[in-house]
Write a protein that binds this ligand. Structure first.
Ligand SMILES: [Fe+2]
Length: 257
């Protein structure tokens, strides 16, 4: 644990090996293949200039398969230590590089560059559903960019299937070039401090059916008890205790006021 944290602080990323079983990765990979060609889920598919295929919000397409990853204990333990305050899920998607493109578009996932680790606003957890190899488009990072350096090398993150790669949101990175054409799925969960606006509104997009499948911890990480009050006379605080989240969907609308 301490090792992961010191590596995250020093290098801007760390790799937790064997975080998810190989068997589970095989099941996830097969499900992602299925979603990626399904007509029903067409609206969740996004192709980034033929560079990568993204399946957006897969946690809500198949909650019983993906929601456990959102609240993976190994991830949450590290998030607790980095943020030292409440955080929520900002974005959750699956991604696969689909070409050997020419130029990297190095970028950060947090909304602003921060060079002080203690002020980290975003942490990204990347589950390697397949092996991340030198030729199949493993994520690349710009070394030391989380400390403001522009002189570091571009480095490929090589990791085994079932590993979780944690990255600070302000570490420059990009999806890798898929040279050998082999499949390389990853699931990417983005977390941010509770007061940062998340990429997706997982509270208002949650259906009754999905709500019924969520644990209280999952509801908390999705931000159900971190929404701003609608008005002063209805409620005074944004953050509430997780115990106050209603178990029944029919009481949710009133709770969110
Ligand atoms: Fe990114």
């Amino acid at each position: 644990m301490t090792n992961y944290l010191s590596k995250l602080k020093k290098d801007g990323y760390c790799i937790i090996e064997n975080a998810v079983s190989k068997k589970k990765c095989v099941e996830i990979g097969a499900e992602l293949d299925k979603i990626s060609i399904s007509k029903k889920h067409k609206k969740f598919r996004f192709r980034d200039k033929k560079k990568q295929l993204q399946l957006v919000n897969v946690n809500y397409i198949n909650p019983s398969m993906f929601m456990d990853l959102v609240t993976n204990k190994k991830i949450l333990k590290i998030l607790n230590d980095v943020f030292k305050e409440r955080y929520v899920l900002s974005n959750f998607n699956a991604s696969r590089p689909i070409s050997n493109f020419k130029k990297y578009r190095l970028h950060i996932d947090s909304r602003m560059p921060i060079f002080n680790y203690n002020n980290t606003t975003h942490v990204v957890a990347n589950l390697c559903v397949d092996d991340f190899t030198i030729k199949n488009g493993s994520t690349v990072i710009l070394e030391n960019s989380h400390k403001g350096s522009r002189k570091g090398r571009i480095k490929k993150i090589i990791a085994k299937k079932g590993s979780i790669v944690l990255m600070l949101g302000h570490l420059k990175h990009d999806i890798g070039k898929n040279i050998d054409g082999t499949r390389r799925w990853s699931i990417i969960a983005y977390y941010c401090r509770w007061w940062v606006k998340p990429t997706y509104d997982f509270v208002n997009s949650c259906t009754k059916k999905i709500y019924g499948q969520l644990s209280n911890k999952q509801k908390e990480v999705l931000g159900f008890n971190a929404t701003p009050p609608i008005d002063w006379d209805k409620r005074k605080y944004t953050l509430r205790n997780a115990k106050t989240i209603p178990s029944n969907f029919s009481r949710l609308k009133k709770y969110l006021n």
